[in-house]
Write a new protein. Structure first.
Length: 453
């Protein structure tokens, strides 16, 4: 999980609020100290930590909760709002406004520029844009080769010249070809450290190319040092946004996220894993909601759209309401889930689930189980898939032998199907729908979606 230690610390703090009998100054002081420790451990700038926690304390002790929520719920809302504020508050989207839309990537060696180009290419390909890459890193020997490999991996055209050492000449050479594409992703040179030469080269390229976006790529594992990088490039007037990479597996991510936001340059994307799909638009509200175990419905819906079409979702929904739920529907659900990514990442997005602190091992076991269930389903006949109730011991043994899945696992699958069907029957009908509507109205406007005291 992204910033797992910080997330667990913050979730423990919120549980302390939930267990409290009432809210008083002592509880607020304890809460503030817990948040300070958690943020400092995540390498967040000291001044920013104290500014944020002082604001939480001041609001908690002075503000009166609205009539519809109690003090504990309002205290949680204050924590949520203040954390969102220091991470940039609002999402800063890139709007593709012209053709070709040029995005230039800048940063030091090892920051993940070229890998980020592959991820962003994949991101925009899914949205239906025609994307190509351009290599202008003429200093690092393997840079052109790496861009070529990444571009081939995501299946986009690439423009490189391994012999030319003047990046502006390379740009001019291919300039007319760019008109065929919606988006051009431009790789530029890096350095081991910030230098006048690097700033000058980027500035010269910026004047000639006039990209619509200049994205600074910063690795999360450098912590507070990200502040100096972001500020130097920002002061040179060359960046419009930031990509934070390598957020998974580092305890210093809080430093890079907050250091970037205080420079005035908004974070556009965050890298949340090593795979080419592991990239998200940075949404401070959703990000904080996830950290606090409240889920991220917007990100979940975005992933769902990629996995299943609106028409398929509507059709499946109608079948559920009619009670027409069979193994084919179950298989389609599993297929959609596998497209959405690892179960551990999906669980983070579901409101309420993130606060359960489910062990990784349990999620891994469940993911492996889903894979084996798919093998079993693939070994069934059309009749068995459409009518699972006909499965007897002889059929189970045949399916087990054909799929390499144990008979016990096939029975577990049948049990899961029956439980799902029973749940759908309970939800079916106007009374169930009314109950859901009442529940949504009850929580609307109170605390961030999905968090339950």
């Amino acid at each position: 999980m992204v910033l797992e230690k910080l997330s667990n610390s913050l979730k423990d703090t919120l549980k302390k609020i939930a267990r409290a009998v009432f809210v008083d100054e002592r509880l607020v002081d304890e809460l503030v100290k817990d948040i300070q420790r958690a943020l400092l451990a995540a390498d967040v700038d000291v001044k920013l930590v104290f500014d944020t926690t002082n604001s939480i304390k001041k609001r908690a002790l002075k503000e009166t909760p609205p009539k519809e929520i109690n003090q504990k719920e309002y205290l949680i809302r204050i924590v949520y709002e203040e954390l969102v504020k220091f991470l940039g508050e609002e999402k800063s989207e890139i709007k593709i406004s012209k053709k070709p839309f040029k995005i230039m990537f800048i940063g030091l060696y090892g920051s993940g520029k070229t890998t980020s180009i592959g991820k962003i290419a994949k991101y925009y390909l899914k949205k239906g844009y025609k994307v190509a890459s351009l290599g202008l890193d003429v200093h690092r020997p393997a840079a052109m080769d790496q861009l070529e490999q990444v571009s081939k991996k995501v299946k986009i055209p690439y423009f490189i010249d391994k012999k030319e050492k003047d990046p502006l000449k390379i740009y001019k050479k291919y300039e007319n070809d760019f008109k065929k594409f919606d988006i051009i992703l431009i790789d530029t040179s890096g350095r081991d450290a910030l230098s006048k030469d690097l700033i000058k080269e980027i500035t010269d390229l910026n004047k000639k190319i006039k990209p619509e976006e200049n994205l600074l790529v910063i690795s999360a594992d450098i912590g507070q040092a990200a502040h100096n990088q972001a500020k130097a490039f920002h002061d040179a007037g060359t960046i419009t946004g930031i990509i934070v990479t390598k957020l998974v597996g580092t305890a210093k991510g809080g430093g890079s996220l907050t250091a970037c936001s205080v420079t005035g340059s908004k974070i556009k994307f965050v890298g949340i894993g090593e795979k080419i799909e592991d990239l998200e638009e940075f949404n401070p509200k959703g990000f904080v909601s996830r950290l606090l175990g409240m889920g991220d419905l917007e990100a979940l819906l975005e992933k769902t759209k990629e996995a299943i079409t609106e028409e398929q979702a509507k059709d499946l929904g109608k079948r559920f309401l009619k009670g027409e739920f069979n193994f084919i529907d179950l298989y389609e659900q599993m297929e959609a889930m596998s497209k959405m990514g690892p179960l551990s990442k999906i669980v983070e997005l579901i409101p309420g689930f993130g606060s359960l602190n489910l062990p990784k091992e349990a999620l891994q076991v469940q993911e492996d189980k889903l894979k084996r269930w798919k093998f079993a389903l693939q070994s069934m006949t059309k009749e068995e898939l459409e009518n699972p109730d006909i499965l007897d011991s002889n059929r189970i043994q045949r399916i087990s032998k054909g799929s390499g899945v144990t008979a016990s696992e096939v029975r577990d699958l049948i049990k899961q199907y029956k439980q799902s069907k029973k749940l759908i029957k309970l939800m079916k009908g106007s009374e169930g729908e009314q109950d859901i509507t009442k529940l949504m109205k009850k929580f609307k406007g109170k605390i961030p979606k999905g968090f339950k005291l």
